[in-house]
Design a protein. Sequence first.
Lengths: 82, 226
Amino acid sequence: MINVRIFVTYKQSVFDPQGETIKEAIHSLGHGEVKTVKVGKFFDVTLDTNEDEVAMAVKEIADQLLVNFNMETYTYKVMEEA
Amino acid sequence: MKIAVVVFPGSNCDVDLYEALHSVCHADVEYVSHQQKSLAGFDAVMLPGGFSYGDYLRAGAIARFTNIMPAIIKMANEGKPVFGTCNGFQILTEAGLLPGGLKRNDNQRFVCKTVPLEVVNSQTLFTSHYQDHERIALPIAHADGSYYADEKTLDELEANNQVVFRYATENPNGSLHNIAGITNKQGNVLGMMPHPERAVETILGSTDGLRLFESLLENGRIKVEA
């Protein structure tokens, strides 16, 4: 089994209203040094496959479902075994 | 003209859409479950508002995988009228029948009110009973209605007159180019965040949505007679 964490975020060029609102709240805490906050989501996916096929599987899942490429982008990393 | 109103799990404006067509316009309309695989015998299909699949993942993202979706895509490709309002618009973008997508409102809020709109293109199947640049008012009710597309796509939408409705005085969700509704390049698929089906009788506060359905029905009749 291989555990993969897939991160989906808005593209840099897309305004992230949640991130902006959270940044303002952080400023209210007194942390004016915080310049940007971007909100995203992640998916922990367990695959019953081998390492060679993970990249292709993740790409297909991300391309066809998890990511709306009009406005979003993604990265992923293979996690250490629990 | 026989019209299908598709019912997804979580649709909640399907009855509004059906009754606007049935009770008000006296059109030939039927509910069609998302489990059906065919739209044979129908001349047009409409996707209602609501929260299909609980807006899980992204609004409209899961509805794309329902049994009925290939039949909707087939109708769109055949040039038949396909209409989506609110969640229906979100589903049409997720299915790739319309460009761009809908993201969270800039103000982070669910906005529910009647807003002024400009009819930008009255030369479509859905808007021929309106005038260009006419001001109308329709209800909106959404949290994920901020239309987004990259610059190239926006330029194409404008160049091809695919922007059909724009927010007129204030932009309630931060949509780019104040976009409230667009068609595909061929003009037979319309998606819009406002709810014309909620503005078809005086008692509802506005009848400005009625002409959208009347336009479609009349254009359908003309096509049948031709």
